[in-house]
Design a protein around this ligand. Structure first.
Ligand SMILES: O=C(O)c1cnc2c(S(=O)(=O)O)cccc2c1O
Length: 461
């Protein structure tokens, strides 16, 4: 079957969530069919006749990226939104010297240690536009043998009369997207901002959870990062009575410094937001927190071998200051999706039921477990300090048929046959670290005792 039919089939079948994983080279075909996409599927003419596109990301290989577009689209205007500064900005721009259709927009990074993590595509067709929010860098290796997440919007048709306020969804998708783009204060985004206001985005069912650098106060404090997620969960989330004994799961591929103990930020601030619910959260029950982060052996035995760890940048200098964090860790395991050996670069957060059959919500985002991404409260909780640009989409049952909960599964057979089970990227129940054996993957120490999948050892530095 031609790529086009596959994409059409994939797109129709995966409704209503439109949440995909990336295709993985080297696993059985059945795990790469209905719920998996490659970048070429996203950019294919079957999704629309491209007129122009805008690619937000952290890492770019411009020549490789241009090649991922169908050849008839490779000379369409392409705006690259990045966070490079100084020499690395010059290097990036030099990569595009042969592509007169490529333009650049440098995202302001005025907060120290901030990065432009956001991974988003704005795709303008002759018949409307699509928004894609995902977790992969625009380099070949991020689309080869990792587990990555993709949300693709419906086709948003053009409106007769442009309007920044009309044509929005019940989840305020259009307003939140315009707020996010306006926060760059970049003249290169003006045309895309106008373009978006000309489209009807009322069919969007996800809620945007974005982060932009700054010290956000007043209403802005609840527009970004974990405070946005908290407000949305308090307004549209599960009722506290249902979820009060349910765990929160965080799954990510990098970790910032959490401070001296779990009360400092992780459980005292961040978890308070992720465990928010309607009807207020009874302070007594601090919810169970479970984290998913690959072990050294998960990486060693992965399809890529130790080099997979080059995209899992957990430093021993950060790890040794927060050993408390590792008590929350569980292995990366995705037997149901055939991706136990496709290391995670996806970042996901959810509130699953104790019996692992349901979740109250699901978030896929660029945000790792760090204060830089989610924000840290300052000045007695009157301002939220965020260092980086991030974006993710939140799936709430309320906006998918008015249900209370999603059925969930990572089992491919189950997912293939039923379209209203939410496709989890990894298996529940989670798999513990083996006591006394497993250690979290750290990318800047050597591993020379056992060979990886390719028979190699790991000697960084
Ligand atoms: O996808 C991203 O946004 C992202 C950001 N940073 C990374 C780093 S590092 O900048 O933290 O050293 C090292 C390796 C992979 C990274 C990555 O994949």
């Amino acid at each position: 079957t031609s790529r086009f039919h596959v994409v059409t089939k994939v797109y129709e079948l995966a409704q209503p969530f439109s949440f995909f994983l990336t295709k993985v080279a080297g696993i059985a075909d059945k795990y790469n069919s209905t719920l998996a996409l490659d970048i070429k599927d996203i950019l294919s003419a079957d999704m629309g006749n491209l007129v122009a596109s805008c690619q937000f990301n952290y890492m770019f290989d411009i020549p490789w990226l241009v090649q991922q577009y169908p050849k008839e689209f490779r000379s369409k205007p392409l705006l690259i939104v990045h966070g490079e500064q100084g020499p690395s900005k010059t290097t990036l721009e030099a990569e595009a010297i042969d592509y007169s259709n490529v333009r650049f927009c440098q995202a302001k990074l005025e907060m120290l240690f901030g990065t432009h993590h956001t991974k988003m595509m704005l795709l303008q067709y002759d018949t409307g536009m699509r928004v894609v929010i995902h977790t992969s860098n625009l380099i070949k290796q991020d689309w080869h043998q990792k587990t990555q997440g993709i949300w693709i919007s419906p086709l948003f048709p053009k409106m007769a009369k442009p309007s920044a306020t009309e044509g929005d969804s019940t989840t305020h998708f259009k307003r939140n997207l315009l707020e996010y783009l306006s926060a760059y204060k970049a003249y290169q985004l003006k045309d895309w901002i106008n373009n978006i206001s000309e489209h009807d985005m009322s069919t969007a069912r996800v809620v945007i959870i974005g982060s932009v650098p700054g010290r956000h106060t007043g209403d802005q404090m609840k527009s970004w990062g974990h405070m946005k997620l908290k407000r949305v969960l308090q307004q549209h989330g599960p009722s506290n009575g249902v979820v009060k004994n349910w765990p929160v799961i965080g799954q990510f591929s990098s970790i910032g410094s959490m401070g001296a103990n779990k009360e400092a930020w992780l459980c005292g601030e961040w978890l308070q937001s992720l465990s928010a619910a309607t009807g207020g959260t009874t302070l007594s029950s601090v919810p169970l927190l479970k984290l998913v982060f690959p072990t050294k052996d998960n990486v060693r035995c992965s399809l890529e071998g130790f080099p997979a760890g080059g995209s899992i940048p957990y430093s021993i200098n950060v790890a040794k200051k927060q050993m408390f964090l590792h008590d929350f860790f569980h292995q990366w395991r995705s037997e149901g999706q055939g991706r136990s050996r496709a290391m995670p670069h996806i970042k996901t957060y959810l509130r699953p039921s104790p019996d692992n059959q349901k979740t109250a919500w699901f978030l896929v985002t660029s945000a790792n477990l760090s204060k830089a991404a989610w924000g840290a409260l300052e000045k007695k909780g009157t301002q939220l300090m965020i260092r980086s640009y991030e974006i993710g989409v939140l799936f709430l049952p309320k906006f998918f048929g008015g249900k209370d909960l999603f059925d969930v599964s990572s089992n491919f057979e189950m997912l293939k046959s039923s379209t209203d089970v939410f496709p989890l990227p990894f298996d529940l129940p989670l798999t513990d670290y083996i006591k006394g054996k497993d250690r979290p993957w750290m990318w800047d120490i050597p591993y020379m005792d056992l060979p990886d999948t390719n028979g190699n050892i790991w000697c960084p530095g």
